[in-house]
Design a protein around this ligand. Structure first.
Ligand code: SAH
Length: 220
């Protein structure tokens, strides 16, 4: 890896190792998730002025009123999505944002389908993910409420923005046995939920209080 990808000082591997230690103390146990987060430079997904803060456990602005999710949330949601299944084939992500969560997913599942409603954010994310040579990602500029029917059903669905209730089309595009991890609720009172599709019906677990940007309708 070249120096800007690998990072120096506050963006170095050592800094990422400290982040990983903190994540395991916070209760993230999946070894593969921790390894991938240790090896993925997070600082390249944000403006240079913020890169020294890239490994703090905090959400940071990425422009257009959006934020990159805090490392703990990325780790937790990825761990919940993978669950006990060793392997996921197709995963749908709603809200590509800067692409960091996409980068983590792409190293753990076969193919990521990622939807974003703000075009300039999607373009930036594509170039960062290209720099990391992650090629198993398909991008859609569109409204996540509609999912991506052409590639459904998905083994996993992960949303990085919070709707007030689970979009019906996303439920329909989840494979039987598949898992959706999604924050639900109005701003200030959201909970992270894990929805598992059963042969008939869905199992819903309410996990923890979270703070996400709203899941909006239509394209920007
Ligand atoms: N995982 C991303 C999170 C970005 S914030 C990151 O770490 O960078 C959430 C993103 O969801 C924003 O980019 C926002 O534009 C997008 N979003 C919100 N509602 C959406 C919708 N209906 N369809 C697609 N993307 C949506």
């Amino acid at each position: 890896m070249n120096t800007s990808l690998q990072g120096i000082g506050m963006t170095s591997l050592r800094t990422r190792e400290r982040m990983i230690k903190r994540l395991s103390e916070q209760g993230v146990h999946n070894k593969r998730v921790l390894e991938v987060m240790r090896d993925t430079p997070r600082h390249i997904f944000m403006d240079e002025a913020l890169s020294s803060r890239a490994y703090e456990d905090t959400a940071l602005p990425i422009g257009y009123n959006q934020t990159i999710s805090q490392p703990y949330i990325v780790a937790k949601m990825t761990e919940l999505l993978l669950g006990s299944s060793g392997h996921l084939n197709k995963v749908l992500e709603i809200g590509t944002g800067c692409g960091y969560q996409t980068a983590i997913l792409a190293q753990l599942v076969d193919q990521v389908y990622s939807i974003e409603r703000i075009l300039p954010l999607q373009c930036k994310a594509k170039s960062y993910l290209w720099d990391l040579k992650l090629k198993n990602i398909s991008y859609l500029y569109g409204d996540g409420n509609l999912g991506w029917p052409d590639y459904a059903p998905f083994d996993g669905i992960l949303a990085s923005a919070a709707p007030v209730e689970i979009p019906l089309l996303l439920l329909q595009q989840l494979a039987v046995g598949g898992v959706m991890v999604i924050p639900i609720g109005e701003s200030g009172q959201q909970t992270l939920q894990r929805v598992t599709r059963k042969t008939s019906g869905y199992d819903i677990e309410e996990l923890e209080a979270v703070t996400f940007v709203p899941f909006l309708s239509g394209k920007d």
